[in-house]
Design a protein around this ligand. Sequence first.
Ligand SMILES: Cc1cc2nc3c(=O)[nH]c(=O)nc-3n(C[C@H](O)[C@H](O)[C@H](O)COP(=O)(O)OP(=O)(O)OC[C@H]3O[C@@H](n4cnc5c(N)ncnc54)[C@H](O)[C@@H]3O)c2cc1C
Length: 385
Amino acid sequence: MPITLADNAHESAWRKEVQTFINENKGVFANAAEESEMGLFGRMGAIKEWRERVAKKGWIAPSWPAKYGGADMSVVDQFVMNEAMAEAGVPSNVGGFGVMMIGPTIIEHGTDDQKVEHLGSILRGESIWCQGYSEPGAGSDLASLQTRAVRDGDDYVVNGQKIWTTGAQFADMMYMLVRTDPDAPKHRGITYLLVDMKSPGVTVRPLTTLAGTQTFNEVFFEDVRVPVRNRIGDENRGWYVGTTTLDFERSSIGSAIGVRKQLEGLMRQAKKGGDEVSFHRASVRHEFVDRWVECEVARMLSYRVVSMQVANKIPNYEASMCKLFSSELGQRIASLSMHMYGTHGNVRNRSSMGYMQAVSATIAGGTSEIQKGIIATRGLGLPRG
Ligand SMILES: Cc1cc2nc3c(=O)[nH]c(=O)nc-3n(C[C@H](O)[C@H](O)[C@H](O)COP(=O)(O)OP(=O)(O)OC[C@H]3O[C@@H](n4cnc5c(N)ncnc54)[C@H](O)[C@@H]3O)c2cc1C
């Protein structure tokens, strides 16, 4: 029996339905500043409009159960939808942290009151969320976090600092991990809280990246009062709630199509030619070939993860392989862009911006070294160092 990667009848019909929606609505990007110096940031207005149209269609929360307003899509249907959107160059997963991370966490661990209070506003895009996990001394080793919360009547009083908080300057709410028992073993003294970003004592300070953008922030907490009803799960059991949220993050990272689209964009530029393109150098042509083959490998790795999910298996080191390979490939493609443009690469905004922005993909959601540690021990069975 030959191995086939083609859609079956259902997938093919579903892909056509998604493509029809895309074709009818992608006009919102027609006037967006796609070639803008700021890339994605130049398209923010169009993305908001796109998001509203996806929400109206009922696809904003693909994995949420229908009873909470989600689309209740199968793993394969979600994958086909994301693939079709990536192919068309329109954004997928536009629900942000609210839909992708905290919504599913509240559905799994929240009380009925918390579901009523938060899920609807997330779906309607009325509440924007950020993730308060990392601290100056706690990133890969997240359980070392030190931001302290002390119970005082019906509130917790929070003091400490978070860092690398994406989008905190625009967020209404933060889901965060705090230390409630400093004497317990480090994974056991952590609690999961939902914090209103307008609470007195919260200070957000944007950080500028090497690409000149302000996506991250430092967030400081000084005697911030958080109602106990905003706790998800039990006190001191927040680590287990928090790792659920991270599973949602990890399963959504590493789009193989995204890297191939990046490469195709470069190939279009190369074929157009022009003085600044060093496409005729054999080494650059060979780089294109290597990256093309690697894009195929990335696609197969992502299919493997999806096929495990379809079979109700939980991808473990397989997801790490996918994330590691796709994010590092994104960096190699960004390097190719710089090689293709030669010295022009330093002044061409899209090329140099892409090169600088590609750095973060191998850090976010678990660094390459952490992924390699997982693959070495859980995948290859090598002893811990
Ligand atoms: C684009 C982006 C968005 C982010 N958004 C958020 C957000 O919204 N909220 C949030 O809380 N955080 C966010 N982060 C932070 C991110 O989770 C951390 O940067 C990441 O977990 C790494 O932690 P760290 O920066 O403290 O580096 P460290 O953990 O200090 O690592 C420093 C270096 O040491 C290596 N290292 C560490 N431990 C090991 C080990 N055991 N074995 C081998 N090498 C090791 C790492 O690989 C790295 O090279 C974001 C980061 C990025 C890049």
